[in-house]
Design a protein around this ligand. Structure first.
Ligand SMILES: Cc1ncc(COP(=O)(O)O)c(C=O)c1O
Length: 371
């Protein structure tokens, strides 16, 4: 490795987060952590191999391609593929023992036509208006499926669109679950798993949501949570971020009061200043919108990002801050000095969400794994 920017992935924290979730639910609760989008930026192959080693029995991806990569690299756990498929995709999934999530009549008919033995999950749309059969189609879907002995129904699912409101008895989550309960009633003799709860739903249940959230042992599909962030802010739950995005630099320029920094000189030094040049840019996923807007940790202390972020570099005002031989810059995660900075804060500064900050970390940023 030649570049001085990398993401350290603490697998022990992923294990900790998983245990924190599982300890809260009955032992045989359906559990399918999401490793789509390169495991939310953490590296899907390594994370999937680690989850398999922990004994996790199902994992979720979006694309057939993501599932195939995991299979090629030896992951043998059940892999649910959430994105739709055509007949070419269906054949490939069956050949590679990937588990299709069926969301449309075309997909169901494709699998019926192929007559190959396969496990499937069926998805219903209870309000997200993205993927899944209409709720009103539940009876028809069941009759069509029932006639197919080669299709083994492993689960029925829906997706929550406002899952952090699960503690509100009049919220959208409660409404979606009530709707899904009708689907469960129809399918309960044919499927053993009814999975619904993403990170927000899981946290609400862990925080003691009552009513319908607690009435049934809903299956779990956590994404963000296993990587250490809760969608319900200040939940008080001890989830530990798994990724630390960091650089090292010893390139520091002394500039005079009034001099500008970076393209367009959008920042001008209010006094004689020390400017650190850090080898990470928007091509690495550190969004340009953060220019002049955020702080990072410089040797454990907060430093402001100044001037426009470039493709490969950004600059920090480190005037008055301590200097080391190798200066540590932490964008999010934990400094070796013990201080921390959260990707959730970067998300606020970048006017986005933590999911996007994590998944944005670019391909050319090496991931180093620690356990
Ligand atoms: C179908 C499905 N289930 C579960 C998840 C996990 O969501 P979260 O990261 O909020 O836990 C996602 C993520 O977008 C998803 O699309």
């Amino acid at each position: 490795m030649f570049r001085q920017t990398w993401a350290e992935i603490n697998l022990s924290n992923i294990e900790h987060n998983i245990k924190l979730i599982l300890n809260h639910f009955p032992k045989d609760t359906f559990f399918c952590p999401m490793v789509k989008a390169n495991a939310y930026g953490h590296g899907d192959v390594k994370v999937a191999q680690f989850l398999e080693m922990l004994g996790v029995r199902h994992i979720g991806v979006c694309l057939i391609e993501e599932g195939l990569l995991l299979r090629q690299l030896g992951v043998s756990t059940d892999i649910l593929v959430f994105r739709g498929f055509d007949s070419r995709g269906a054949r490939k999934m069956i050949e590679s023992k990937l588990t299709p999530v069926v969301s449309t009549w075309e997909q169901l008919e494709t699998l019926i036509f192929l007559k190959e033995k396969t496990k499937i999950h069926i998805k219903f749309d209870t309000g997200m208006n993205r993927l899944g059969f209409e709720v009103a189609e539940v009876g028809e879907v069941l009759s069509r499926f029932k006639a197919q002995s080669h299709l083994e129904l492993e689960g029925v699912l829906t997706h929550l669109y406002q899952s952090d409101d699960g503690l509100n008895p009049n919220g959208e989550t409660v409404e979606q679950l009530s709707c899904f309960l009708n689907i469960l009633e129809v399918f309960k003799s044919y499927a053993k798993n009814f999975h619904v709860l993403n990170s927000g739903g899981i946290v609400c249940k862990m925080l003691g949501a009552s009513g319908i959230l607690n009435q049934y042992d809903w299956g779990l599909r956590p994404g963000l949570l296993i990587y250490g962030y809760s969608p319900v802010l200040e939940s008080g739950l001890d989830f530990k971020p798994a990724m630390t995005l960091q650089s090292r630099t010893n390139l520091i320029r002394n500039i005079k009061k009034g001099e500008g920094v970076s393209y367009g000189h959008t920042w001008k030094a209010p006094k004689d200043s020390k400017i650190a040049v850090v080898p990470i840019g928007y091509a690495d996923g550190w969004h340009r919108i953060l220019s002049n807007k955020t702080q990072v940790l410089w040797n454990g202390q907060k430093a402001s990002l100044v001037g426009n972020i470039c493709m490969d570099y950004l600059m920090l005002d480190v005037t008055g801050l301590t200097e080391e031989k190798e200066n540590e810059v932490i964008f999010f995660g934990q400094s070796k000095m013990g201080t921390e900075i959260s990707a959730a804060n970067s998300a606020v500064d970048a006017q986005t969400i933590t999911w996007e900050v994590l998944t944005s970390v670019g391909e050319r940023v090496p991931r180093l794994y620690r356990k």
